[in-house]
Design a protein around this ligand. Structure first.
Ligand code: MG
Length: 454
């Protein structure tokens, strides 16, 4: 294709796409999700500058609107701004994953009732598919937003467009423009502002355009979404990839990005990794094996969920990469038969590192990886050989116990080491995550349920 084939404007490119308005893509995305969750059971936080911190209270991962206005940036290490934050009255919370997951579930459940098809994209975002005309879609979105706000206490922003990439842009518009009251139709802003909408979106903010691609596109003189929209899709495919070509077409209103939940129905992970950094260094095999057992158990949970068996188990641990004598130890064990039993996998993970680690070295990270995955439904071997299945349903028992009594009350090779005090009551083990500023887990813990005074 040569450049003369490139449509002179987006309108030309879209004129032959008569079907594009038949299906609307609705992107609903919670505003400042983690920070918003914190205010649900503590309304006194509403309107105040609040940040939520990552694992071990490391970096800022979510900010309330007031904290954003103060110029606090996501990814900032907490220790760097702690002093100034205290001075400015900025409040901080540890990540309360139990609470966020539970509120996310409620929010998604409420929204699933408004449109025919829902694709949960992340903890606070989902795509919905609408078949109504613009006016009724808009009305339904307004009602959905109100219902989530009233029922769950979380404000969501909604963007409606013919494609996912444009829905992202419309969603961003809804967040940036209070006059939209949280719902923006692509067709409406395009009618009113024309090319200025795409011109106002920096190329780095287009969905699917990462940092490396941004740099290359900028080198080619493209700085806004409009530039990319007007680029030759074939040229883009040759210079970049078919994925970026799809982005170009999506910006022009042609849906090209499939429903990932459909695609993932058949596709499964080919390996499962569970690895964590410790809150304080761990020494000695016996403590390290506690952590490995817990990670093995978590990895098995995911193995079970996707209906797979694993053929081998790898385990590793490492000291700080910044220390003088950095060391990384890793080894794998091939199982006698493929298995999904947490007992078998936990044992294998510990065996992999037994007698291999330095008993005195301060390890700061460890992980368990499940490899050689196969479909548990189709597993068959020669007579006399069989998969080491979790026949006693130990995985299920552990999951039920966790659901009923809280995570890690029961575990493999791990009984009786629970500590005292709420914040480290998860295990009491020295290596578990540090969450010193944790709010109540009001929807998942009986002992932390909020009390209403009437
Ligand atoms: Mg969000």
């Amino acid at each position: 294709m040569n450049f003369s084939d490139v449509p002179s404007s987006r309108a030309d490119a879209m004129s032959d796409k008569t079907s594009m308005h038949r299906n609307a893509i609705i992107l609903a995305d919670a505003n400042n999700f983690f920070a918003s969750c914190e205010t649900v059971f503590n309304p006194s936080l509403a309107g105040r500058p609040l940040v939520v911190l990552s694992n071990n209270d490391g970096c800022v991962v979510s900010r309330s609107a007031a904290a954003k206005q103060m110029g606090i940036v996501n990814g900032t290490p907490w220790f760097k701004i702690r002093g100034q934050a205290a001075h400015d009255g900025v409040l901080a919370r540890s990540s309360n994953y139990e609470l966020y997951a539970s509120l996310s579930h409620r929010m998604m459940h409420v929204m699933s009732g408004f449109f025919s098809h829902q694709e949960v994209y992340s903890i606070d975002e989902c795509f919905l598919h609408g078949t109504l005309d613009d006016e009724r879609t808009y009305e339904t979105c307004r009602r959905m937003r109100e219902t989530v706000l009233r029922g769950v206490g979380i404000a969501v922003s909604i963007g409606v467009a013919p494609t996912k990439t444009l829905a992202k842009i419309a969603n961003h518009w809804a967040k940036q423009h209070p006059s939209s009251h949280g719902v923006t139709l692509w067709t409406a802003i395009e009618r009113e502002f024309g090319d200025d909408v795409l011109r106002s979106v920096p190329i780095s903010e287009v969905w699917g355009v990462g940092r490396r691609i941004t740099k290359k596109l900028m080198g080619m003189g493209m700085t806004t979404a409009l530039d990319l929209c007007r680029a030759d899709p074939v040229l883009i495919r040759h210079r970049f990839s078919v994925l970026l070509e799809r982005t170009v077409l999506e910006l022009r209103g042609t849906p090209c990005i499939e429903d990932e939940s459909d695609a993932s129905n058949g596709a499964r992970s080919t390996q499962i990794l569970c690895s964590r950094m410790f809150s304080s260094p761990v020494r000695g095999f016996s403590t390290l094996s506690q952590a490995l057992s817990v990670y093995a158990q978590q990895a098995c949970h995911r193995l079970h969920r996707q209906g797979s068996l694993c053929g081998s188990v790898a385990a590793f641990c490492s000291t700080s990469p910044f220390s003088k004598d950095y060391s990384h130890v890793g080894n794998s064990v091939i199982l006698d038969d493929p298995s999904d039993s947490p007992m078998v996998v936990a044992k294998a993970a510990c065996e992999a590192l037994r007698n291999r680690i330095d008993e005195h070295a301060p390890y700061i990270r460890a992980g368990v990886m499940l490899l050689d995955l196969s479909d548990s439904g189709h597993f068959s071997t020669f007579e006399g050989m069989d998969a080491q299945r979790d026949e006693h349903g130990i995985g299920t028992v552990l999951e039920d116990a966790a659901r009923r009594f809280g995570p890690r009350r029961v575990g493999i090779g791990y009984g009786g080491i629970r500590g005292k005090g709420r914040n480290d009551a998860d295990t009491g083990a020295s290596w578990t995550m540090r969450r010193n500023m944790l709010s109540i887990r009001g929807t998942t813990r009986w002992d932390e349920m909020p009390i209403a005074h009437a």
